[in-house]
Design a protein around this ligand. Structure first.
Ligand SMILES: [Zn+2]
Length: 279
C-alpha cells in the first residue's frame, strides 16, 4: 500500500466519518415545506395494561383504568424505522398476563407476528428508535439486535436501579442530544421531551397525505392528562415533564400536527392498525 500523506489520511478519515455518521447529525429543525422521504406509517398493537387504580397514571381519575400500548413502523425510502417495541412478546402466551408495577400486562398479538405479516424480518428494521426505556416500550428490543438504536443520550446513560446499563453495550446506537431531523428532509424528527424519564423523546412524523403526527411516547399518557396539563407524580421529574408538555403543544401548533397518545385507550378505534397503513 502506498504511503499516504497525513492530509490524505485526514480526508479519508473525514469521508469515513461522514459516511458512517448518523443521518444529518447537524440538522436540528425540520424544514417547513413537506419534502418528505417518508412513505408510510403502520400502527402496531403492542399490548394492553389493566390498572387497578387509574389515578396512578391519570391524576384525578378514580376506579380501575386501561391503557393500550402502541408501536409504529415507518418506511422512509430504503429504511424502516420502528418506534418503540411494546411489552414482551412472551406475554402473549400467558393466559393471565403478567403483573408489572401498577398494572397487569396482557397481549393478544405479538409484535413479531405483525412484522412478519408485513413480509419483514427484524433485521429489516434499520433503526430502532425508542421514546424511552420503560418496560412497556422496550419489551422486544432484544429481537432487534441488528438494528441501530436511536435514543437520547440522557436515557442511554441512565443506569438501571441496580446500576447496570439499560441497553446492550454491544448494540449499535445513535445517542441523540436534543431534537434531530433524523433523515434530514424534515419527515421524521425526534423531539426531546424529558421529564417522564431523563431522556424521553417524542417523534414528529410528516406523512405525504396524512400530514403531521406527533407520537407522544409517555410524555403524555392519556387525553385527560393532556387536556388538564397534568402528569403522573410517578414521573422522573414533574416540573420538567410540564415544560415538555408545553413544547409538544408548540410542535402541534407549528406543524398543525395530530397528537397521537400511544397509551390512550379511546384512540384505539380511531386508528387503522397494520397491515393497513397511513401515507
Ligand atoms: Zn414510561
Amino acid at each position: 500500500m502506498p504511503r499516504m500523506s497525513l492530509l490524505t489520511m485526514a480526508i479519508l478519515a473525514l469521508f469515513a466519518a461522514l459516511t458512517l455518521s448518523p443521518p444529518h447529525a447537524g440538522a436540528q429543525q425540520p424544514s417547513r415545506p413537506g419534502n418528505s422521504g417518508v412513505e408510510r406509517l403502520y400502527v402496531l398493537y403492542c399490548g394492553d395494561i389493566a390498572l387497578t387504580d387509574a389515578s396512578s397514571f391519570t391524576p384525578g381519575a378514580s376506579g380501575p383504568g386501561a391503557l393500550t400500548v402502541s408501536c409504529y413502523l415507518i418506511k422512509h425510502e430504503q429504511d424502516w424505522l420502528l418506534w418503540d417495541t411494546g411489552i414482551p412478546d412472551a406475554i402473549a402466551s400467558m393466559p393471565n398476563g403478567q403483573k408489572s408495577g401498577a398494572g397487569n400486562w396482557t397481549s393478544r398479538k405479538t409484535l413479531m407476528s405483525q412484522i412478519a405479516e408485513l413480509g419483514l424480518k427484524p433485521s429489516d428494521v434499520t433503526y430502532l428508535a425508542l421514546s424511552h426505556s420503560h418496560g412497556d416500550h422496550v419489551g422486544n428490543v432484544d429481537a432487534f439486535a441488528q438494528s441501530t438504536l436511536v435514543v437520547q443520550k440522557a436515557e442511554y446513560d441512565w443506569p438501571l436501579p441496580n446500576g447496570k446499563p439499560r441497553f446492550d453495550p454491544a448494540q449499535k446506537v445513535i445517542k441523540v442530544e436534543g431534537d434531530r431531523d433524523f433523515f434530514g428532509d424534515g419527515s421524521v424528527t425526534l423531539i426531546s421531551t424529558p421529564g417522564h424519564s431523563p431522556g424521553h423523546q417524542c417523534l414528529l412524523v410528516r406523512l405525504p397525505k396524512s400530514g403531521a403526527l406527533l407520537l407522544s411516547g409517555d410524555a403524555v399518557h392519556t387525553r385527560a392528562n393532556w387536556d388538564s396539563h397534568r402528569v403522573p407524580e410517578r414521573n422522573f421529574n414533574v416540573p420538567q415533564s410540564l415544560v415538555s408538555l408545553d413544547r409538544m403543544a408548540a410542535v402541534v401548533n407549528d406543524y398543525n400536527a395530530q397528537l397521537w397518545i400511544g397509551h390512550e385507550i379511546s384512540e384505539v378505534p380511531l386508528r387503522k392498525y397494520a397491515p393497513a397503513y397511513y401515507e
